[in-house]
Design a protein around this ligand. Structure first.
Ligand code: 5AD
Length: 366
């Protein structure tokens, strides 16, 4: 994943960055409605169709543990949250979910967890090997900032992809919302390079509208997606969770009017704009309509995301009792995506927007 630093490239980025900023900042409803947005949605949908086609890839999500050693100020799994009952799935429970993914016709499972060192390197490597030996599934991991040796072991065991959002490219904001852990000094961007060198397909992404985020930095985020040539890009609105430090801090002193004008809202419209712009800049990437988006608009979030640049859905396979406890933000666990009825609902939705269900693992297309 080369970061090109040639002058020409920078100039090119600058020009486009101004354009990205214009799109992000525009709030004039009538202007947006009449012209701009239609054009943006159409452009993004066209670029999606041309580059990654009509198929929507389904990735079965397995939330294998909600233990976490980190204290990210926005996340309900943060180690300081004592109101949360913690769980770690057993190997058999995880395998059961993987087999269910196969029965449902999914091509990929995504195993996700808090940064949990109770997930031992070899234990997870064995599970990855079991899944790869006994199913045709691609395996994606999201285990946080684990040491390079762990990432290597899991890659060698057969894991195909790894997700690690850099959350924001604004260094100051990043450090504010990610208190460092004693003895741990990984830089997420460096880890993304390590993942690429290990041969993973690499996924990253950001929060949209986390307090303190400026439009300028969000434009930089999208620019960084392109410069890192990411294979997968997940973005979603920040949703406040009551049991987090961030929800308890009052913005003192009150932001000035000009600061307010530059603060990114965590609303639906901004989320679609970011998805669409991301598609324009990263035409071949796999981009999900995320759960956070479906949470703030239950009936239409997924469909709208898919018609504005996204090409992936991640139905949740976690057993319901655990799913409720994987509460990175409120109301997340309340959708049922595993019943026959809800699967039919998903297929019907895809059909209604003229899309097909992806077959096979659905890797990054180049
Ligand atoms: N609102 C929205 N997204 C969140 N995440 C964590 N906490 C929240 C929240 N309160 C996202 C982060 C993380 C991903 C797994 O979930 O971006 O990388």
């Amino acid at each position: 994943m080369p970061l090109s630093r040639s002058r020409r490239h920078w100039k090119f980025i600058e020009v486009e960055k101004a354009e990205i900023l214009n799109w992000l900042r525009e709030r004039d409803e009538s202007r947006l409605k009449e012209l701009w947005l239609k054009e943006l949605w159409l452009k993004a949908d066209g670029v999606r169709e041309e580059n990654v086609g009509r198929a929507v890839h389904l990735r079965g999500l397995i939330e294998i543990s909600n233990h976490c050693v980190r204290r990210c100020t926005y996340c309900g799994l943060n180690a300081g949250n004592t109101n949360l009952q913690r769980y770690r799935m057993t190997e058999d429970e995880i395998m059961e979910c993987a087999y269910r993914a196969v029965r449902f016709g999914y091509g990929t499972v995504v195993m996700q967890a808090g940064e949990d060192y109770g997930i031992k390197t070899d234990w997870l490597a064995d599970i990855i090997r079991r899944i790869k030996d006994s199913t045709p599934l691609a395996v994606t991991l999201g285990m946080g900032e684990r040491p390079a040796a762990d990432l290597r072991a899991w890659r060698q065991a057969g894991a195909d992809r790894y997700l690690l959002r850099f959350e924001t490219s604004d260094n100051e904001l990043y450090h504010k919302i990610h208190p460092p852990r004693a003895g741990q000094s990984y830089n997420r961007l460096d880890l993304l390079s390590v993942l690429g060198e290990l041969g993973y397909e690499v996924g990253s992404g950001v929060l949209i509208g986390v307090p303190g985020q400026s439009f300028e930095s969000l434009a930089d985020d999208i620019d960084l997606f392109r410069r890192f040539d990411l294979d997968m890009i997940g973005v979603g609105p920040y949703i406040s969770h009551p049991d987090t430090p961030l929800s308890k801090t009052n913005p003192t002193p009150q932001p000035s009017d000009s600061e307010l004008a530059d603060m990114v809202p965590n609303d639906e419209l901004t989320a679609y704009k970011v998805i669409a712009l991301t598609r324009l800049l990263c035409p071949q990437s796999n981009i999900p309509a995320t759960t956070a988006l479906a949470t703030i608009n239950r009936s239409e979030g997924a469909a709208l995301g898919l018609t504005r640049g996204a090409n992936v859905i991640m139905p949740n396979l976690t057993p319901p009792a655990y799913r409720e406890l994987y509460e990175i933000y409120p109301e997340k666990g309340h959708t049922d995506t595993t019943s026959v009825q809800s699967r039919k609902h998903l297929i019907d939705m895809l059909e209604s927007i003229g899309r097909t269900t992806g077959k096979g693992p659905g890797p990054r297309i180049r």
